[in-house]
Design a protein around this ligand. Sequence first.
Ligand SMILES: *[C@@H]1O[C@H](CO)[C@@H](O)[C@H](O)[C@H]1NC(C)=O
Ligand SMILES: *[C@@H]1O[C@H](CO)[C@@H](O)[C@H](O)[C@H]1NC(C)=O
Ligand SMILES: *[C@@H]1O[C@H](CO)[C@@H](O)[C@H](O)[C@H]1NC(C)=O
Ligand SMILES: *[C@@H]1O[C@H](CO)[C@@H](O)[C@H](O)[C@H]1NC(C)=O
Ligand SMILES: *[C@@H]1O[C@H](CO)[C@@H](O)[C@H](O)[C@H]1NC(C)=O
Ligand SMILES: *[C@@H]1O[C@H](CO)[C@@H](O)[C@H](O)[C@H]1NC(C)=O
Ligand SMILES: *[C@@H]1O[C@H](CO)[C@@H](O)[C@H](O)[C@H]1NC(C)=O
Ligand SMILES: *[C@@H]1O[C@H](CO)[C@@H](O)[C@H](O)[C@H]1NC(C)=O
Length: 614
Amino acid sequence: MLKSANIKLLLVSWSCLAALSQAKSYGSPDLDIDNDNSIATIESTVDPFESCKIYCNGTLLHTIQMAKPPLFSDSKTFVDMTLKYSPDKTLEDFNAMMEAKNQQPSREDLKNFIKEYFGDKGTELESWVPSDWKENPSFVDRISDPDLKQWGVQLNDIWKKLGRKMKDDVIKSPQNYSIIPVPNPVIVPGGRFIEFYYWDSYWIIRGLLYSEMYSTARGMIENFLSIVERIGFIPNGGRVYYHGRSQPPLLTGMVKSYVDFTNDDQFAINALKLLEHEFNFFLNNRAVSVNNHTLCIYSDSSEGPRPESYSEDVNTAASFDSDEKKEHLYTQIKAAAESGMDFSTRWFISEDGTNAGNLSNLSTTSIVPVDLNAYMFWNAKLIAEFYSKAGNIKKVTEYEEKAGEFLLGIQEVLWNEEAGCWLDYDIENKKSRNYFVPTNLSPLWVKAYNISDSENISAKIMAYIEKNKLDTYPGGVPNTLAAQNEQWDFPNVWAPMQYILVEGLNNLNTPEAKNMSMKWATRWVKSNFKAYTDHLDMYEKYDAQVFGGHGTGGEYDVQTGFGWSNGVIIEWLSKHGRDISTGSGSGASASRVMSVVGVAAVTIVALIAGRVLW
Ligand SMILES: *[C@@H]1O[C@H](CO)[C@@H](O)[C@H](O)[C@H]1NC(C)=O
Ligand SMILES: *[C@@H]1O[C@H](CO)[C@@H](O)[C@H](O)[C@H]1NC(C)=O
Ligand SMILES: *[C@@H]1O[C@H](CO)[C@@H](O)[C@H](O)[C@H]1NC(C)=O
Ligand SMILES: *[C@@H]1O[C@H](CO)[C@@H](O)[C@H](O)[C@H]1NC(C)=O
Ligand SMILES: *[C@@H]1O[C@H](CO)[C@@H](O)[C@H](O)[C@H]1NC(C)=O
Ligand SMILES: *[C@@H]1O[C@H](CO)[C@@H](O)[C@H](O)[C@H]1NC(C)=O
Ligand SMILES: *[C@@H]1O[C@H](CO)[C@@H](O)[C@H](O)[C@H]1NC(C)=O
Ligand SMILES: *[C@@H]1O[C@H](CO)[C@@H](O)[C@H](O)[C@H]1NC(C)=O
């Protein structure tokens, strides 16, 4: 049932939006990049999900991903491989092979089939050095401490390593790839995440804007707009196998960031129809009614296990005895992935209504999340703001009303007076979930609260921080206080969550909250710097308990690179670089880095000395 709704949405999106792309031909696929204010997109006669036949479900996927022992050490490898022939031919030949082997192929048979029909993973992407990359963006000049200044230069260098561009053939023959074609190059998170991800890109794009890479940032935003135009919403990441789930909706926030940096109001105005479309995707597919308030939940519209973690999900569901229960669990798993927090006790509901249990207790769709509703409020506010730039008063009123409705729902359903904070709400047990997650404070970040009430809210939030001892961790504020070995649980700390806390407290604008905000920003910068000087890497996640420690746990090894971590540090070095000092004052940590980094360091020494050698 959900499935057909999704397909209908696709058709609707095509027909409604056809008008938008004004008389562009539907002939041979072509790449259309504009330098003016129109938005680059891709047109293709190929169904954007043609390769789903291979990568999303079916016997081929099942057989290969369930081979024992596994054919790949990371389940994501197979679904990132390219096709050597069309999906139909591949399936036909696979079925013939299965028949010839009596439906019992050996591991060797499968290996041979993969060798003959699939190319290496990731070969559709090429390294790309952003053409707007700058050696010395001005944020570096705003950093006083010489060690931090040098680090800023090195973080800026990392953008060059994370740049990726799709080969032309992806746009010509998207059916041969799991990757979703986009018109412009991208900055990827790094590690096993070799394609773009939706919510990661918010912090990556802000980092790019602070690094003065406006056209790379804009290109990434255009990619997302182009995806909304073709697909109707933004999948979790740039692969067809993410087709049933999105991620926290931050596209409108990305447009806002771009416009704040460039004053290019027309860009926001041109994006409006697609931003509205994405807002409506959530409203039409993710809404629930709680105590007469319409609020949104994270969910998913596909069937089966996650293609990129197939055997893991089959194992998680093994304790359920019916296909219906297994399918229900798969939805809960994919909905947790849509939240970005895969996985966490945040989404467990035990039999007695607590957050105890394991992955089999995931009940994501029964939990009304604070962050998603705060983002829905924010999106409506920003869409109203962009419509006011366009002079469309009717639409301004419409979206202000929608924002007001979300605000009321957030106040009435998610604010918990006893806890003195917003809390996720459990629909099954009709109660707040009084467990700390940084997203509990997300309304502060997007100002989804009554601003006239700031003083009272500040007093309550400061008491909440005190009560939960959130200021006691040397390595940053942990994601939850539950240690269950899931990667979005204690003691792991994530850059975007530190960002939400720090920026949110700063918004409250009381001396206590501003103080805490600055303290946490400083601690985060210094702890990341320590990890960097120890290992010369930026991490996907860090460790609350260890100053300079990095994270572990979850489904895969900790990844380095790392897009959103770099973005947050660059923004805070830019905003607070005059006031943060590593305390060594001697450049001692810097010299350790320099001995390894070598050539780049020569440039940096010159920079610190205020001389320009090039
Ligand atoms: C795969 O999913 C699609 C819908 O997304 C469905 O139409 C198709 O029947 C499924 N195929 C198999 C083999 O289960
Ligand atoms: C891609 O797919 C087309 C048809 O679907 C096929 O003819 C072509 O050989 C494939 N290209 C590559 C490089 O595999
Ligand atoms: C919801 O609205 C209906 C109709 O307006 C009303 O009868 C009901 O009492 C309301 N429920 C709550 C929980 O406010
Ligand atoms: C989860 O815990 C239950 C017992 O409550 C157990 O039967 C099941 O195997 C566990 N599942 C996973 C995936 O660990
Ligand atoms: C988790 O779910 C399993 C399967 O439904 C159930 O047996 C178990 O009791 C649940 N765990 C908790 C802590 O409620
Ligand atoms: C906002 O707070 C002010 C001051 O406490 C109060 O007068 C007003 O009614 C509140 N507005 C809403 C919509 O709750
Ligand atoms: C704010 O706090 C003060 C003191 O606790 C209280 O008198 C006042 O009613 C509160 N205002 C609101 C809008 O809650
Ligand atoms: C701010 O923090 C400093 C040191 O942590 C403390 O001495 C000072 O009292 C704080 N100010 C406020 C207004 O909380």
